[in-house]
Design a protein around this ligand. Structure first.
Ligand code: TYD
Ligand code: MG
Length: 453
């Protein structure tokens, strides 16, 4: 007899017995019974089963790569790796209200206008609501087919009959399959619906986009189970208070991951941001202690962002370390290196680090810029104006050259920066017409820039 399993709606952990609290993530009342995926009687051993022989092929192919379709929204096409791949499955995740429906309605209209037959299925809004939004966005004339439906069986039947090339499902959490007993939005439902939709779409050569809401701890609710079923996972991020939104590829079977597209939420929907560096630096005031401009690479593009640090004596026994937009563990490492290798203590000091504009950075190349921001805040002295900083710091305090140095410098120069602080070495010594200050290790950097040690 097949065992009943249970899974947690919050983290997706699977257990064999029900309990009120998930042992994996600690959430209460999130464990639900899983529906069994196959209803047939379990065989004792698959080795005895008489299956069909699967046809095997070699790796050579006569088929030419199927052409991608570009939406014409350049920021979206780049994140997709150069347009939409036929019969691919995408997941677009993001916080509620961040603009997923707006983005996908615009994308649907753009693809439909390129001649791709497109169906937009909304499980959250009535057709009239979607039409009103389309009108506001100036998309009413786009040949998109609308449906307001949550019943998966009916949706699949419609897709089968209509034979579209692209289907957008907004959102996967609202879909329900009558083969699964639990409520819409539960892990079992989300998993079953995502599985049905993606496998159906692959068989029929339809591209499918699933919209997924993200839970408070940043996972797509229902959760990781969907990520591995799809070819591409995009996250739509941004801060409520800010107008800009970042579409980030976290997984892409058809293109580079980590590519970003930058948009601005306007009264008429999402507008492309052609020059993200200018946008991220637009709120920067006069050079101030703790503020440093980092020349980073996001995917295939250089992007300048401002790092802000604040270092202040703490009233607490345990000083605070708070980071927004960067890795907290990496901050701890840099503080430790500054302390151990350069003799600059941060004990008794609160440290705050913020990446301006709601951007998230994961590159180690930002190490030196972070160290510079921390030192500048601690010493209360601003860095020379119009300077960008980049470089990786190793645990020994040595600085490592980083990739794409030329591109980083060019972007900085384009935005009016005249000098750069960077590790020495690296392949090309070209400075793109900028004044370069090269440093070998962190101690040297501290001495050169802050005249301290
Ligand atoms: P929406 O796409 O509904 O978010 P999601 O699908 O991720 O939940 O976006 C909702 C927000 O976007 C809402 O707060 C209003 C804002 N918005 C604009 O500012 N301009 C627009 O043209 C549209 C359509 C929405
Ligand atoms: Mg929505």
């Amino acid at each position: 007899m097949a065992k009943t399993t249970y899974s947690c709606n919050a983290c997706g952990a699977v257990t064999t017995k029900w309990s009120g609290r998930c042992e994996a993530c600690g959430e209460w009342n999130t464990i639900t019974e899983d529906a069994r995926l196959s209803s047939g009687p379990a065989k004792a051993s698959l080795g005895n089963a008489k299956g069909n022989r699967v046809p095997l092929t070699d790796l050579t192919t006569e088929e030419s790569a199927s052409p991608r379709t570009c939406s014409g929204i350049a920021e979206l096409d780049r994140v997709l790796g150069g347009g939409l791949v036929p019969a691919s499955a995408l997941l677009v995740g993001g916080d509620p209200g961040i603009g997923k429906s707006t983005l996908l309605l615009q994308a649907a209209a753009a693809f439909a206008r390129q001649g791709l037959k497109t169906i937009y299925v909304s499980g959250e809004e009535a057709s009239a609501q979607v039409r009103m939004r389309a009108e506001r966005l100036g998309l009413s004339d786009a040949p998109v087919q609308l449906a307001a439906e949550t019943n998966l069986r009916d949706i699949l039947t419609t897709i089968e009959a209509e034979k579209p090339r692209l289907v957008i499902i907004d959102s996967i959490q609202t879909m329900w399959s009558d083969t699964v007993g639990s409520a819409p939005g539960s892990v079992s439902q989300v998993r079953a619906a995502a599985h049905e939709l993606t496998s159906f779409a692959k068989r029929r050569g339809v591209s499918v986009v699933l919209v997924g809401h993200v839970t408070k701890d940043g996972q797509i609710a229902g959760p990781r189970v969907v990520e591995h079923m799809v070819d591409t996972v995009l996250y739509f991020e941004g801060e409520r208070g800010h107008q800009f939104r970042i579409l980030r590829a976290v997984k892409n079977r058809f293109g580079p991951a980590d590519e970003i597209g930058v948009f601005e939420m306007t009264g008429r929907g999402l507008a492309e941001v052609v020059n993200p560096s200018a946008l991220f630096l637009s709120e920067r005031g006069a050079p101030a202690p703790g503020s440093v401009v980092f020349s980073g690479i996001e995917g295939t593009r250089p992007v300048l962002v401002e790092l802000q640090a604040l270092v202040a004596p703490t009233p607490h026994a345990q000083p605070r370390r708070a980071v927004v937009g960067w890795d907290g563990a990496r901050l701890a490492m840099i503080l430790a290196v500054l302390e151990a290798r350069c003799g600059i203590p941060f004990a008794g000091l609160d440290v705050y680090l913020n990446v301006a504009g709601g951007m998230k950075i994961s590159e180690p190349a930002a190490d030196l810029a972070v160290a510079a921001a921390l030192l500048s805040a601690r010493e209360d002295s601003a860095l020379p104006p119009d300077t960008v900083v980049f470089g990786e710091i190793s645990l020994s305090g040595a600085l490592r050259p980083v990739s794409q140095r030329e591109n980083r410098l060019k972007e900085a120069q384009k935005l009016g920066f005249t000098s750069a602080i960077l590790p020495s070495g690296g392949k090309d010594a070209g400075g793109a017409g900028m004044t370069l200050t090269t440093v070998d290790d962190l101690t040297g950097f501290v001495g050169d820039i802050f005249g301290a040690g």
